[in-house]
Design a protein around this ligand. Sequence first.
Ligand code: ATP
Ligand code: MG
Length: 571
Amino acid sequence: MKATQLYAPTLRESPAEAELISHKLMYRAGLIRKAAGGLYSYLPLGWRTMKKIMQIIREEMDAKGGQEIMMPIVQPAEMWQESGRWAVYGDEMMRLKDRHGREFALGPTHEEMVTTLIRDEVRSYKQLPLMLYQIQNKYRDEIRPRFGLMRSREFVMKDLYSFDRDVEGMNISYEKMYDAYSRVFTRCGLKFRAVEADNGAIGGGHSHEFTVLAPSGESSIAYCEACDYAASDEKAELKIIPAEPEELRPLEKVKTPYCHTIELVKNFLKVPIEKTIKAVAFMDDDERLIVTFVRGDHEVNEIKVINAVEGANHLYMAGDKLIEAAGSVAGFMSPIGLKDSAIVVVDQSVMLMSNAVAGANEVDAHFINVTPSRDFDAEKIIVADIRMVQAGDPCPHCGAPLHMTRGIEVGQVFTLGKKYSETLHATFLDEDGKVKPFEMGCYGIGVGRTMAAAIEQNNDEDGIIWPRAIAPFEVVVVPVNAKDDAQLSFAKKIYAELIAAGVDTLLDDRRERAGVKFKDCDLIGYPLRVTISPKTLDSGNVEVKVRRSGELMNFGRDECVEKILALLRTL
Ligand code: ATP
Ligand code: MG
């Protein structure tokens, strides 16, 4: 393609609202334009990259037996009412009515649609397993659409749904998709981790989030470099580290005037923070007091607390009155002597402590020499893993120190089990003559978010640095002065040879100053730039610049196409 025929408006400035580098660069490089909050048009360069990502996804889905279909975006309310999600999906669902007043939604996801699609026609185990997918716009009225394509209200998603006879089959489909996702993101040139994720409301099954590592990401993850363990910080498990045995001293109450924080207590009693026990008091929806205890240098993980306490759904900070009613006082709480109205949850690592400091349930007093295994009433407490993982904690799989990082969720795989097949009565006749609901899985990739994540991971002060596989063009050929016929025709020949060799090439034949063209090349981020200058005409050598390293190379006329092909293979 020729740049004179390409609609690629580049800008010096990015919109004020753009916070993320990917958002800024997508604007400046002319990949997208905004229509309204969370709604974007893709311009030719942006759409070329989107199509390359979609093509990689298609190839990997097809390789695992996925079959591409296309379902309606406009979905009748009835199927959502049947599954029970019409009421619970909330404001995120974009709803509309037709001229007869019938209700519809713009699909945020397609479990209902695909399950009702196949339920009347897939009747036998012989038709299983079945994997159907589509690549299509999805609609979610996000509370805060932001970061450009990262969190928009209309976005392109690949969604695949698997149908199996039994759990074993479902797990095989899951493994296949897990593998396909790893291949997709590897081929896109991304550094990512498959992170063990909370299955949320779906419950029971497995789920992994494919997370691209980037400091700007919204997810916080713990990962191990020695093995492939990675989990969201909410989910990361902790290994118990046995404590050094110590001679136990008798429990004693001491005065600690004004010491209502761990920091103050530790300084006043001159003990290391690892020897203190910290209390955090919550209230749940039923106004029950839940008091949690972790080591002074640890933080409470509310999700783990919710999982540890039966019936707890949400946690709020507990007020002083509730704490006083349980016979204690904020800033000085401990399990020793707390009334039964409090639900006490103690982190597993606290139970290994000895001769520690904890509150005494009265103002300006603490216990010293607390040994939880001796001093806490085991009948009245819940012991569980309730703390947040921290950098340096041992990996639960191999024991090496964990790292913490932030990341962008670009895809997620789920096992759904019978959740939708049961509510929507989608069954088949198994070999044993029994009618059974399908075991399902669902698997999504955000195409635009993947493009944005790739830019987050690959840029410098001059612009985007595309991984070759998803670059809008792999190579740009730039005659320094396109008004010079000799340069232009030299450039055209190289361009034609590259195209003939199968390289996705752009010829920058614009009659712009060289500086302007070079700046655009760097901003847009083509992996290789081939420059045709007066020097080229003299020497016969073409100059090739590698966008990522900035390296300049000179290749002779005869060898240059071959050398460029070899160079591309390394990118
Ligand atoms: P998030 O937690 O970020 O809101 P999600 O878990 O709700 O996402 P899924 O339902 O798992 O998203 O959707 C599959 C994929 O679709 C996500 O992994 C993500 O890449 C993409 N996606 C989801 N919501 C958006 C959005 N608002 N804008 C762009 N891409 C999105
Ligand atoms: Mg998700």
